[in-house]
Write a protein that binds this ligand. Structure first.
Ligand code: SAH
Ligand code: SF4
Ligand code: F3S
Length: 472
C-alpha cells in the first residue's frame, strides 16, 4: 500500500481563506451592481499549460468571477504564457502590451501573468520595470497561490511577484474544463532531461509524479461524467513514477487506468524515446481503451546532432522503437517533433533527418525552427545557423513530410474509422469535424447532436492534413 502524502492537499487548502475573501468582495460588488465581475484567461503553449489554464479558470469561478471571452469586460485578466520559442514570448508580450489601455479605462482591473515566460528571472525583471500596469506575476510552481496574490494586491495596493514556490505537487485545485468530452489529466510535472536547446526544465522544475490513486480517481470521475477522450500529460510521461520510489511505472499506471469500465479512449504525451519501453508498447497493444497512437519526438535524424542536443539516444535506438511499435500495432499512428537548424547542423546532418523521415514514415510531424533560449547550453554555442538556411531547411522538411503524410492518409481510403466528433468545422459550417484515435482530423457530414460522440466514418479521401468521409 503506497503512503499517500497529506501535504499536497494542505498546500492548496491554505488558499481557501483567500478564495473566500476575494469571493466576499466580488459577491458584495455583485449585490451592489447586479453584475458579476468577470475573468478572462488566455493560455499560450502546450497541453500542460492548457491544463494549468483550466485550473486558473476553476480558481476564478471559485473566487466568484464569471468567465468571459471578451477581454474588454474583464475585471481580472490572466495571461498564461509559454517560453518554448521566441515567437511564443513575443506574442505574449504583445498581448500584454495591448492591455495597458484597458487598465487606464478600468482602474479596478487586475492583470496577472502566469506560466513559463514569467518563471524566468529576466522576464520577471522586464515585467516589473517595463509593464508597470501588470499587478502580479506567478510562476508555474506557484499558480495555486493566485487567490492570495489577488487578495494581497487589493488589500495592500502593492504589486506581487511570486516567481517560484516549492516545486511541489498540489492536489485539490478546482478545474473548469474547456470541453465536456475531451480532458487533460496531468500525471507528472517538470522535466529532468535538460535537452540542450530546451527551456522547460528551467521553468517547470524537476520531475514529480502524482500519486497513482489521485490519477485513478480523476480518470474514473471523468469517465463517469461522460468524458470520451482523456489525455495523460507530462513533459516526459514515461518517466512517471521514478521519483515516487514505488514499484510501478508509467506502463503499470496505463494498464491500471485501462481497466476502468466505460466508452472512452486514453492518450498520453509526451514520451521521451530513451524511456519508451517495450513493456509500455506491449501494454498499449493489449489495451482496450488505449489509443494506438504514439507521439515520439525524434528531433533529428543525425546522431551527431542528437548527441549535441543531449537526447541520449541515437537513430538506431529510435528506429528500433518505431519498428517495435509497428510490429505490435500495425495500425498505429505515429507522430513526432523535429527541430531544424540546431547549432552546428550541417547539410549532411539535415539530409540524415530527411532520410529518417522516409524510414520512420510518420503520419504527422510538428516541425520547429530552432530558437535560442536564454540560459540553455545550445544558445551559447558559436555555431548558430543563419536564418535563411534554417528556413530553407524547414521548407524542405515540410515538403518531404507532406508527401509521406499524403501517402499514409491515402492508405486509409475505404476504411471505416471511429471518430470523436468536435461539432461543426470552424472554416466550413456545412461540414462536421472530429479526430480519429490517431488524432487525424476528419471532415464529414454530421448533425449537431454528433458533437462529443464517437461516430463511425467511412473514409472517402485522404489528403495531406486531413481525411474526408461520410457516416458509415
Ligand atoms: N517534453 C516534450 C516536448 C516539449 S516542447 C518532449 O521532450 O518531447 C515541444 C517541442 O518543442 C519539442 O519536442 C521540440 O521539438 C520543440 N522545441 C523545444 N525547444 C525548442 C527550441 N528552443 N527551438 C525550437 N523548438 C524547440
Ligand atoms: Fe524539453 Fe527535452 Fe524535457 Fe522535452 S525532454 S521538455 S525537449 S528538456
Ligand atoms: Fe511552453 Fe512551458 Fe509548455 S515553455 S511548451 S508552456 S511547458
Amino acid at each position: 500500500m503506497e503512503n499517500i502524502e497529506k501535504k499536497p492537499y494542505e498546500r492548496f487548502s491554505g488558499q481557501i481563506k483567500y478564495i473566500e475573501k476575494v469571493k466576499n468582495d466580488n459577491d458584495a460588488t455583485f449585490a451592489e451592481r447586479g453584475e458579476r465581475r468577470r475573468a478572462f484567461v488566455v493560455t499560450f503553449g502546450c497541453q500542460q499549460n492548457e491544463a494549468d489554464g483550466e485550473k486558473m479558470k476553476g480558481l476564478a469561478l471559485a473566487m466568484g468571477y464569471d468567465l468571459t471571452q471578451e477581454v474588454s469586460e474583464a475585471s481580472l485578466i490572466l495571461v498564461n504564457t509559454c517560453a518554448i520559442r521566441e515567437h511564443a514570448e513575443k506574442r505574449a508580450l504583445s498581448i500584454i502590451g495591448q492591455y495597458k489601455h484597458l487598465k487606464q479605462k478600468n482602474p479596478e482591473l487586475i492583470i496577472g501573468i502566469s506560466g513559463c515566460m514569467v518563471t524566468q528571472e529576466h522576464r520577471e525583471y522586464e515585467i516589473k520595470h517595463s509593464y508597470p500596469y501588470v499587478d502580479f506575476i506567478v510562476g508555474t510552481s506557484a499558480f495555486h497561490r493566485i487567490p492570495e496574490l489577488i487578495y494581497e494586491r487589493r488589500a495592500r495596493d502593492k504589486r506581487q511577484f511570486c516567481r517560484e514556490d516549492e516545486y511541489a505537487v498540489v492536489e485539490g485545485m478546482p478545474i473548469k474544463r474547456d470541453s465536456t468530452y475531451r480532458a487533460w489529466v496531468s500525471v507528472m510535472y517538470g522535466c529532468n532531461n535538460f535537452c540542450s536547446y530546451c527551456i522547460v526544465p528551467y521553468v517547470r522544475g524537476r520531475e514529480r509524479s502524482r500519486q497513482k490513486q489521485e490519477v485513478l480517481r480523476e480518470v474514473e470521475e471523468l469517465v463517469r461524467a461522460g468524458y470520451k477522450d482523456i489525455t495523460l500529460l507530462g513533459q516526459n510521461v514515461n518517466s512517471y513514477g521514478k521519483d515516487l520510489r514505488a514499484d510501478y511505472d508509467f506502463a503499470d499506471l496505463l494498464s491500471e487506468l485501462d481497466k476502468i469500465e466505460g466508452d472512452y479512449t486514453l492518450h498520453f504525451m509526451t514520451s521521451h524515446p530513451k524511456d519508451a519501453t517495450k513493456k509500455l508498447i506491449d501494454v498499449m497493444a493489449k489495451g482496450k481503451h488505449i489509443a494506438k497512437h504514439f507521439h515520439l519526438p525524434m528531433q533529428s535524424g543525425s546522431d551527431r546532432v542528437l548527441s549535441a542536443m543531449n537526447r541520449r539516444y541515437d537513430f538506431e535506438k529510435y528506429i528500433g522503437i518505431v519498428d517495435y511499435i509497428r510490429e505490435k500495432m500495425p495500425t498505429a499512428t505515429l507522430s513526432s517533433d523535429i527541430i531544424v537548424g540546431f547549432p552546428g547542423e550541417s547539410d549532411e546532418d539535415f539530409e540524415a533527418t530527411l532520410s529518417a523521415l522516409h524510414r520512420a514514415r510518420f503520419d504527422m510531424i510538428y516541425s520547429f525552427i530552432y530558437s535560442p533560449r536564454k540560459g540553455t547550453p545550445a544558445a551559447e554555442m558559436d555555431t548558430q545557423i543563419p536564418d535563411k538556411i534554417k528556413s530553407e531547411r524547414f521548407d524542405r522538411l515540410l515538403e518531404t513530410q507532406n508527401g509521406i503524410a499524403l501517402e499514409a492518409n491515402k492508405k486509409l481510403e475505404g476504411q471505416t474509422l471511429r471518430v470523436l466528433c468536435d461539432g461543426r468545422s470552424k472554416n466550413n459550417s456545412e461540414m462536421f469535424t472530429g479526430r480519429t484515435e490517431g488524432n487525424k482530423i476528419v471532415f464529414f457530414d454530421g448533425t449537431d447532436s454528433d458533437e462529443g460522440k464517437f461516430i463511425d466514418i467511412f473514409i472517402e479521401r485522404g489528403e495531406t492534413f486531413a481525411l474526408w468521409g461520410r457516416k458509415a
